[in-house]
Design a protein around this ligand. Structure first.
Ligand code: IMP
Ligand code: MG
Length: 189
């Protein structure tokens, strides 16, 4: 089976039309990069990728930021079912370098209940960051259980489970270049 055939099978699990095409995503990521470049000019910026979901967005976004940034990675897992997070967050891989005195930008794939990011925000502020901002590609405001506002967000989306462009269901679909709503049959069976 060729790689294209396998990807076509993954697209068959997507409901209706794509929610966001790769072109729409690229255009929005460019705008976000321009805004971040303006806002952090002259500052020492550390951009933190939250693994694994944000990795595709991260590599695109940092290349649209025209500043001498440093990057770091953090892997977390939040307990819960496959499609809902519980808010209990565990650090699987911590940052390599201290962030005290640094201006920090957290890059996340999606804000859903807001639990993961509110944990992270508190955790990183307690390490003495000079400032802390959040960039998320997607935002599902209807699902918020704790108040959390991203400083930069790409798209507001409805309360549906989406995959692609880094976002997974059960570790699959991360390598789809576009974003679509997963057919509920896939996770209900
Ligand atoms: P929160 O703590 O509920 O805000 O959950 C955020 C995390 O849940 C994200 O980093 C994703 O890993 C995951 N998540 C939430 N909604 C979706 C979705 O629609 N598709 C894929 N992952 C999602
Ligand atoms: Mg995830």
């Amino acid at each position: 089976m060729s790689e294209n055939t396998i990807k076509r099978h993954m697209y068959e699990d997507i409901k209706d039309e794509l929610l966001l095409t790769r072109e729409e995503i690229a255009e929005r990521v460019r705008e976000m990069g321009r805004q971040i470049t303006e806002d952090f000019r002259g500052k020492d910026l550390t951009v933190i990728c939250i693994l694994k979901g944000a990795v595709v967005f991260f590599v695109d976004l940092i290349r649209e930021i025209d500043l001498p940034i440093t990057m770091d990675f953090m892997a977390i897992s939040s307990y819960g079912s496959a499609t809902k997070s519980s808010g209990v967050v565990r650090i699987l891989k911590d940052l390599d370098k201290p962030i005290n005195g640094k201006h920090v930008l957290i890059v996340e794939d999606i804000v859903d209940s807001g639990m993961t990011l509110s944990f992270l925000k508190e955790n990183l502020i307690s390490r003495g960051a000079a400032s802390l901002h959040i960039a998320t590609l997607l935002d599902k405001p209807e699902r918020r259980r704790v108040p959390l506002k991203a400083d930069y967000f790409g798209f507001t989306i409805p309360d549906e489970f989406v995959v692609g462009y880094g976002l997974d269901y059960d570790e699959k679909y991360r390598n789809l270049p576009d974003i679509g709503v997963l057919r509920p049959e896939v996770y209900e069976k």
